[in-house]
Design a binder for this molecule. Sequence first.
Ligand code: KG4
Ligand code: ZN
Length: 336
Amino acid sequence: MLVLGIESSCDETGLAFYDSGRGLLAHAVHSQIDLHEAYGGVVPELASRDHVRRIVPLLRKVLAEAGAGLADIDAIAYTAGPGLAGALLVGAGFAEALACALKVPVVPVHHLEGHLLSPLLSADPPCFPFVALLVSGGHTQLMRVSGVGQYALLGETLDDAAGEAFDKTAKLLGLGYPGGPQLARLAEQGQAGRFSLPRPMLHSGDLSFSFSGLKTAVLTQVRNREPGAADKADLCAEFQAAIVEVLVAKALAALKASGLKQLVVAGGVGANRALRAALDAGAQAAGARVFYPEMELCTDNGAMIAFAGAQRLTLGLTAKAAGGFGIRPRWNLQET
Ligand code: KG4
Ligand code: ZN
C-alpha cells in the first residue's frame, strides 16, 4: 500500500511516500524560514500562499524520487490539525481533490500523532507501550502511548511550550530567526551557572511544566544593561540548562510512574543536542532507553504523516478528525 503524506500545518510544506511493504520511499520538505524571517515569526496568510505555490512541485519531486506515478497511489494522508487554519486548508483541499480524482481513500492525521510515531520509522524502532515526550513550538506533553490511537496524557505545559520559550527568549536576546536553533548554538559557546535562572516546577510533584516565567527571568537579567556577546552566550547556556533539567526530570519521573523503560522523544526541540545528551545519560542510569526520530524527521515533514496514515489505514482507524472542510485547527490528541 503506497500512501502519500501531506504536511502543511505551519511553515513547512512536506510531502512523502510511505509504502507499507517497502518503507519510506521519498520525502521532501520546503521550509518557509526565509519568507517569515523579516517578521520574526510565522505570518499565517503568507504561509498559506506559499503552501499553494510549493505543493504541486513537491508532489512531482516525491513521485520521481519514489519512481511512482499518480496511478500507483493507494491512499492520501494529510495533517488535519492542529495548526494554522489557512495553512491546513491548503493540504486538506489538495488531499481531498487528488483523492477524489484518483478514487482513493483520504486519511486525516493529527500532527502530534505524526511526531510521536516518527521514531518508528527508524532502523531500530521502539515497541508499544512507551512514554513519549513531545516537545515542539506549540506543545510540551508527556504521553503514555499504548498503540496507534491509544494516547493517555500524563502531563503538559500550563503555559508556553518548550520550543516557544526558546523562540521568545532568542527574540528578546536579539538572536536570529528561527530562535530555538540559534539559541542552542550560542548556548554551546557559553557557560551555565554564571547567571542564575529558575527550574520552573521541578519539584511540583506532578508531570506539569511551566516555561513562560523563564523568559521573564531572562528579561530581568538583561533589563538593566545591554549584554555583551559573552553574557549572551552564558545566558543561553543557563536558559538551555534550565529547560533541559526540567524536561529530563519529568520525563524520567513519567517512566518511573508508568513502569515503562522506553522513552520516545519527538518534535522540533528533540533536535536539541544538550537535551539528547542529558536524556540519554538519565535514561541509562535508570535502566531505560531513549528513541529519537532520524534528525531530518524531528521537525515538520510529510513522512511522519504518510506513516501515521498508513498505520491508521492498516488498523481500520480513521481519525474522528475533520470538522468543517476537513480540518481541526484546535484538536487534542486524545480525541483522535
Ligand atoms: O515540531 P516543530 O518543527 O514544529 C511544531 O510543530 O512546533 O518544532 C519547532 C520548534 C521551534 O520552536 C524551534 O525553535 C524548536 O522546535 N527547535 C529547537 C531546536 N531545533 C528546533 N529548540 C531548541 N534546540 C534546537 N536545536
Ligand atoms: Zn510539528
